[in-house]
Design a protein around this ligand. Sequence first.
Ligand SMILES: Nc1ncnc2c1ncn2[C@@H]1O[C@H](COP(=O)(O)OP(=O)(O)OP(=O)(O)O)[C@@H](O)[C@H]1O
Ligand SMILES: [Mg+2]
Length: 186
Amino acid sequence: MRQLSENILDITMNSVRAGASLISVILTEDPPMLTITIADNGCGMTAEFLEKVVDPFCTTRTTRKVGLGIPFFKMEAEQTGGSFSIESTPNVGTTVTASFDQSSIDALPLGDMPETVMTLISSGPDRDFLFLHARPQEEIRLDTRELRGQLGDLPLDTPEVLLWVRDYLREQYGENDPDRSVPNQS
Ligand SMILES: Nc1ncnc2c1ncn2[C@@H]1O[C@H](COP(=O)(O)OP(=O)(O)OP(=O)(O)O)[C@@H](O)[C@H]1O
Ligand SMILES: [Mg+2]
């Protein structure tokens, strides 16, 4: 994986498959560290299962298929000199936290978060997402619970809403900054 957004998508899709009705994706920048927290209220995991999930190569025999999303996320965080943790409680939910030293030569670019959030929301109309990216100078935020109030009967995963979400986030990231498209008037 060449971008952190791909890891974020993979870890968050685990939460989707765990049947979560609310998933938070929170990015906190405290240069040079970037901390990514993905929390859900899904089915959770037992302590015994969790151990195998984090370190699939240490178990001699497992009945489940070996997934690599979580081990890769952990490895990528630790390779930069950052850290990784996961907490889970059956029937309560799961929280995955990974911090990355963005000044490390092994650091990956964040990637396209507007596109990633749009893809996540397209996973179904009944699930809510809180996306928060706390940057040094500003906070980028989207809460589908607040968005629902404005949408009325329109489902969250309709194309118009999804594209609106992506463009709204792009704008907050300064990617559609109108000042940048003003022609040079000299
Ligand atoms: N948030 C979560 N809630 C409940 N169970 C989870 C959660 N995240 C992971 N799991 C369990 O841990 C397993 C391993 O997750 P992991 O992301 O490492 O691999 P995977 O999703 O099975 O496969 P992939 O390699 O495609 O990601 C999942 O199959 C699931 O059983
Ligand atoms: Mg996975």
